[in-house]
Design a protein around this ligand. Sequence first.
Ligand code: GLU
Length: 434
Amino acid sequence: MIRTRFAPSPTGALHIGGLRTALYSFALAKHDKGEFILRIEDTDIKREVEGSKERIKEILKLFGMDWDGYFVQSDRAREGIYKKAAEALVEAGHAFYCDCKPRNAKEEGYSKELRDPCRDAKKKEGAIKLMVPDGEHVGFRDFVLDKEVTWETSTVADTTLLKSDGFPTYHLAVVVDDHDMDITHVLRGHDWMPSTPVHLLVYKCLGYEKPEIGHLTDILDPEGGKLSKRKGSTSVDGLLKEGYLPEAVLNFIMLLGWAPKDNRELFSLEEFVKAFDHKGFQKSNPVFNKEKLDWFNGEYIRQKSDPELLEAFKPFIPEGADAEKVKKVIPLIKDRIKTLADFKTMAGFLFEVKTVDPTQFGENHKIHLQKAAQAIAGSSDLMKVVEENKFKTGDFFMDLRIAIAGSRVTPPITDSIAILGKEETLARLKKFTD
Ligand code: GLU
């Protein structure tokens, strides 16, 4: 049975790269009716950000990726699981103690010399480090990149496996856990590739069979380079706050590194799991294309019923907005918006008066607005006003939009006027007709 895991460190917001790793791991397992494990890798206590563990769980649930097993490494560390493995490695001559004080906390595990001066010192306490053999090769076949990757062990450092506080480093914990949890396929980001030779040696020294391992491509910024957490919002929460629907974000990341046999683009999670197979992994780095995400979002907004949209819009509608009015607005804007946040830009004027920039008006705006006000007051047709006065249709309605909404883009103007009401509409026009 296929068993995969998502192993985030709770060190801050979950980014789309992380969500993609979770999604592909989930799909790989579920496609074959396997199991998907969530493992919190929190042995670097100092880097833990409060609340991020809980948020990761909430996000996975929100996106429909429930797990079949849940583990927290710090709990397992307290049970002494990793210490036992590290001591067994010392016992077998594959690791050694080092009690040198790290110059700063960060340095432990990252000695500058590849071969540690303590490796032959036969010390009896301190951190435990891997004694990397020289003159050998380690390698594996990456099942995402579909190629053999090998290293000469002389390029691999004697790496810390257990810190002096008894907590494991990532390198030990990941190997022990993937083994203990019967993980068959490991999927992770490409930046973890340099750690893989260390893991391969630990597998071998502990006498464990190694799982299939695959490194996902990097997601690129459209402006060049790797997508950076610093630039714009690439966190899942950031995108949700910008008004992207979970279904759209999920569908967008499905195709950031994987492609179906046909050219299909729209997938629900269930459909994706069904279609997913590891042959679809792409070798070239995908680009984070926000226009594409906008397109997906528009598709999913339009698939929703009006009551569903009412729910989805909740965090985006102006405070205190009348629910009945919101209900009337939804059908007018759902075909025109890209994100849920567009509710305010597109329909905010129906709930509050917007500032109007008078330089936006055309030269005939006064007469346009006067005639419009008369027609609205007498409940007669605005098109008739245009015809009778031989106005230019586009110019007339543009002036009307600007006066009422402070914007050149609005839902259909007659519908907007109906929602706004005669009195409020006339009050807004009056400011520019006197
Ligand atoms: N804890 C690592 C991370 O935060 C997991 C790497 C792996 O999956 O092996 O990405």
